[in-house]
Design a binder for this molecule. Structure first.
Ligand code: FDA
Length: 956
């Protein structure tokens, strides 16, 4: 657009904005209607950030609360201390009064009624009639809980079909659909499988919409789901090429890459001749996108500057309106400037009223809505339908959005900003010129997990799997070695991953001798150099990350995400302990007195035996060896016999990173022959072990038994397992709890020491929780994990299946089989169908014994305190979790739930290096938490030198 046209557009935007504002004057959106308690309370919350947070948290939990006592308790927990006034205030003062609960529920229901319509035919008809009177079009949207099971997805499909039916007679009607609600497994790691699952339910919806002449618009959700949602939408457009059946998709202007997406839509629509509708929005997940990106160390997909979003919204409006041959623009915003700009542009481009439309959400910006209609704009209201329980996530989002400081509605109706400011052209702040920080090599940061929503990352993994498959079946000899360990794919026991030659037991002595000989030099190598070797190893693994993950998929039976996470953790531990040893290096002064110097330094204890498990074949092996190597101890690697090939590759990396071979001794072989001999060897100064409790306790005994020739006492670090419990409180958010429990209990088939194996359900939450867990688990497919459609793979070997089967029998005797999965009939894979047992009592074996398999025991507890007591009644104390929305219960858990790693309102596996130092107490292990600041010190001792510097009365 040339300068003159641009100036004209800005002037027209201002003029139209003023006209719209004039028309809207005197009217306020329902939410900000100051009358009544709701207005007073929200009014106060708008100016008090603490109250706002508390109020929204309270509204969030309310639908879940079973009775008046619970409502009163939560009400007090969240809102005590705030002067609320009105009936709520009185109710608060009265304490546990039914009247309080009644008043609260009624107010919140009314609040929900501002944004949601009931889904009964009568209520729908009334809502549609109201909109028709306004001359507004409609898009209906069935809001709901997260869809976790097939039946829930069916229910969503049926609701959408019901809405289409209800709209059959309404002209130019539209239905909005959330694709993620059409399957319980909408997973970007498996786009083809996810699309197939979505299509099973989207097909009848599309068919019905097509037949009834109702348009379909696909909502946009979180960024990670965007490629998948867009791909399915484009397929919809291809499958229904009829131009009179309008299909549309939402496009979020807050995303940095929105413009290229839109360019793709326009080009595709032109190429195919199939017009598309695009609903331009700003984006509803702004806060969450930031939190998700930060937690995963992923790049931030959204703008941080509101003006940048607003400006991109205008850029995209222009792109849309200049391409009406290919796209139908739907400009969805409550922002006076954004809509005035759209209208000005439409007029400037000479677009007719049916060439585009404006959209608003029901219950928001009614004055602007009416003003736009009065200006002759085609206007559509997006009307969510559902009840308070199912609509709560939606309601909270709307409340947060409307009351945020940057919200246009707040600025217009609460802060009454001057019209000029509201209509000003959005100009993003110039980012301040920050000097590029000098990289500090010692500073540690976690590497991000792979983002499998990105096609390049999926392709890298697929390619790596093919490459690694080409390398299977090789021999990995040990000079002078003994028997061969044949490593096979747990998903196909005929597929040989590799043959690793075991060391002969006599070789242990020679290896220890060689390590001991190498010790002084390695110990005295400057810490910075040792650290550099480890960082070099980390870089090598990172460069070859997909291939390492592929080895894990094939040798350990991990799915893509689990495999990638293990590789990422290996990189992290190498970098973390490298930084750690640099921080501990050198002589440090203690107290220097006149005439006396007192200095200490840490020094390595000596050769360290590393006895590693198969379940985190890279991360734990790397963690234990990186710490000891960093400390200055030569290591004797005894890899797990079930995953020796990955271990072999790891050792190659250490050698390639310049660590002398004598410092990384290689001792593959059986635990009894090699491990036991190594642990008992008199010259082994430290043992780092992760594995079963039985072996761990044997190692502790053997390591501390005196043997001839012994001149040291071994440092032993044993990490031995858990019987981890998650307590689910009565008020828990089940959408979250169910998803996180499944990941914690069944991730990697439950073969993690941190896995959840007990769920303790409080009070009335029990039945619904078990039902939703079973339904959600039923949606998980089991099969070869190299295919990303299988979140669950095989157990590690046949013995593991045998053990798990024995626990099925025990579970059936002790409790009730609430869910039994289906394992594939593949004779060659070690598959085991996951199971959930309910009615388990705290004394049952299923509640007490560690089971390395996908078997979950559900225990009922009358109240929260009892649940904590049950959770703590265990030989183990490794991880634990609580899902609750009562602050007092979370606090109680913090103080009383003594486990190494306690997780509140989230899953209990996947501890992050440096962020969640990992390890337990009781029979879960001895030793300081791995990935934490003190872990290294277990392989160090402190030497102190005190020197008298006084010479005949002269103090230097
Ligand atoms: P306003 O001008 O106040 O903008 C608020 C928005 O700006 C926030 O929602 C956020 O996107 C952005 N923002 C706030 N602070 C920011 C900052 N510091 N830096 C950068 N950006 C910031 N959303 C969605 O994600 N998917 C969907 O499918 C839909 N569907 C939909 C349909 C209809 C008809 C409407 C009206 C809206 C949606 N939305 C949506 C919601 C939409 O994305 C948006 O949240 C609201 O419309 C609020 O934006 P406004 O332009 O109305 O207000």
């Amino acid at each position: 657009m040339d300068e003159e046209a641009e100036r004209a557009l800005q002037a027209a935007t201002l003029r139209i904005g003023q006209t719209l504002a004039r028309r809207a004057a005197g009217q306020r959106p329902g939410l900000f209607d100051a009358a009544g308690l709701r207005g007073r309370l929200l009014g106060r919350a708008l100016h008090d950030e603490a109250l706002r947070t508390r109020l929204f948290r309270f509204v969030d939990v309310l639908p879940q609360l079973p009775d008046e006592a619970a409502i009163a308790a939560h009400f007090r927990a969240y809102l005590d201390g705030f002067e609320l006034g009105g009936l709520w205030g009185r109710a608060l003062k009265l304490g546990n009064a039914p009247i309080g609960a009644f008043a609260v529920r009624r107010s919140v229901r009314r609040l929900a009624g501002l944004f949601l319509a009931e889904e009964t035919p009568r209520a729908l008809a009334a809502s549609l009639a109201r909109l028709a009177r306004l001359s507004a079009r409609v898009s209906l949207d069935a809001v709901g809980e997260a869809v976790l099971g097939e039946a829930e997805a069916d229910a969503y499909r049926d609701r959408v079909l019901g809405l289409i039916q209800a709209l059959a007679e309404t002209p130019a009607a539209d239905v909005s659909v959330k694709l993620s609600a059409l399957t319980p497994r909408f997973d970007p790691v498996d786009p083809d499988g996810s699309a197939g699952r979505v299509w099973r339910r989207l097909a009848p919806i599309a068919e019905a919409a097509h037949v009834h002449g109702v348009a379909l618009t696909v909502d946009m959700e979180q960024y990670a789901l965007k490629p998948l949602i867009q791909a399915i939408f484009l397929q919809l457009a291809r499958d229904y090429p009829q131009a009179d059946f309008r299909v549309g998709i939402a496009l979020q202007a807050y995303l940095k890459d929105a413009e290229s997406d839109l360019a793709g839509f326009i080009a595709g629509a032109r190429a195919s001749g199939r017009p598309l509708a695009v609903r331009l929005v700003k984006g509803a997940y702004w806060d969450s996108e930031q939190a998700w990106a930060a937690q995963r160390d992923w790049p931030l997909p959204v703008f941080l500057d509101k003006a940048a979003t607003d400006r991109q919204f205008e850029t995209l409006t222009r792109l849309l309106m200049s391409a009406t041959d290919a796209v139908y623009p739907m400009i969805a915003s409550h922002n006076l400037r954004s809509q005035a700009h759209a209208l000005a542009l439409a007029r400037q481009l000479g677009l007719s009223a049916d060439a585009w439309e404006a959209q608003t959400l029901h219950g928001m910006a009614e004055p602007l809505r009416d003003a736009l209609i009065a200006e002759g704009v085609t206007l559509r209201v997006y009307l969510p339908t559902g009840d308070l329980v199912t609509g709560i996530a939606y309601l909270i989002r709307r409340l947060l959005e409307n009351t945020a400081g940057t919200s246009i509605l707040r600025q217009t109706y609460v802060e009454a900003q001057p019209l000029d400011a509201l209509l000003a052209e959005p100009v993003p702040a110039q980012p301040a010129a920050t000097p590029t920080p000098t990289p500090t090599p010692a500073a540690f940061t976690n590497i991000p997990l792979a983002d499998f929503s990105q096609a390049v990352q999926r392709e890298a993994m697929a390619v790596a799997l093919v490459q690694v498959r080409g390398e299977l079946g090789q021999d990995y000899p040990v000079p002078g070695g003994g028997d061969w360990i044949v490593s096979t794919n747990p998903a196909n026991s005929r597929e040989v991953i590799g043959r690793v030659q075991a060391a002969r037991p006599e070789q242990v002595d020679a290896s220890v001798a060689a390590a001991l000989a190498a010790f002084p030099h390695w110990r005295d190598t400057p810490a910075r150099e040792r650290a550099e070797h480890l960082r070099a190893a980390a870089r090598l693994i990172e460069q070859d990350r997909a291939r390492f993950a592929a080895w894990e998929v094939l040798e350990a039976g991990k799915n893509w995400r689990e495999a990638d996470a293990d590789v990422a953790e290996a990189v992290d531990v190498l970098n973390y302990y490298a930084a750690g040893i640099e921080a501990l290096d050198g002589w440090r002064p203690n107290r220097h007195d006149p005439g006396e110097l007192n200095d200490s330094r840490y020094e390595a204890v000596g050769p360290a035996a590393i006895v590693a498990p198969w379940n985190f074949p890279l991360a734990i092996l790397a963690g234990m060896s990186a710490a000891t190597l960093a400390a200055g101890c030569p290591v004797l690697l005894k890899p797990a016999s079930l995953t020796p090939v990955i271990a072999w590759h790891y050792r190659q990396v250490l050698l390639a990173a310049g660590i002398p071979a004598a410092v990384v001794q290689w001792l593959p072989g059986g635990g009894r022959e090699i491990g036991a001999r190594l642990v008992a060897h008199p010259d082994v100064a430290a043992v780092a072990f992760t594995g079963s409790r039985e072996v761990g306790l044997d190692i502790l005994a053997a390591a501390h038994a005196r043997v001839p020739g012994q001149r040291l006492i071994k440092r032993v670090v044993c990490e031995m397992g858990g019987k981890n419990a998650i307590v689910v409180d009565e008020d828990a958010d089940l959408d979250e709890a169910v998803a996180e429990i499944l990941a914690s209990a069944f991730g990697y088939q439950g073969q993690k020491c941190s896995a959840a194996s007990r769920v303790i359900a409080v009070g009335r939450v029990h039945d619904r929780l078990v039902e939703r867990l079973a339904a959600a688990l039923d949606a998980y497919e089991i099969g070869p994990p190299e295919q990303p459609r299988h979140p669950l793979g095989p157990l590690i070997d046949a013995a593991a299946v045998e053990k798990a089967l024995a626990y099925l029998e025990i579970g059936a005797r002790e409790g009730r089989l609430a869910y039994a999965g289906r394992a594939p009939l593949a004779e060659l894979g070690h598959y085991f169908a996951p199971a959930i047992f309910s009615d388990i009592l705290p004394g049952h074996r299923l509640a007490r014994e560690e089971i390395f398999a996908p078997i979950l025991a559900v225990i009922h507890a009358a109240d929260f305190a009892t649940a904590l007591t049950i959770a703590l009644d265990s030989d183990y104390a490794l991880t634990g979790g609580v899902f609750s929305r009562l602050p007092a219960h979370l606090e109680l858990a913090r103080t009383r739930f003594r486990v190494g790693n306690l997780y509140l309102n989230r899953g209990i596996t996947g501890a992050k290096v440096a962020v969640q130092p990992f390890g337990g107490v009781a029979l879960s292990g001895c030793g300081i938490q791995a990935g934490g600041p003190d872990y290294l010190k277990q392989f160090l001792w402190m030497r102190t030198v005190s020197e008298n510097t006084l010479r005949h009365g002269f103090v230097p």
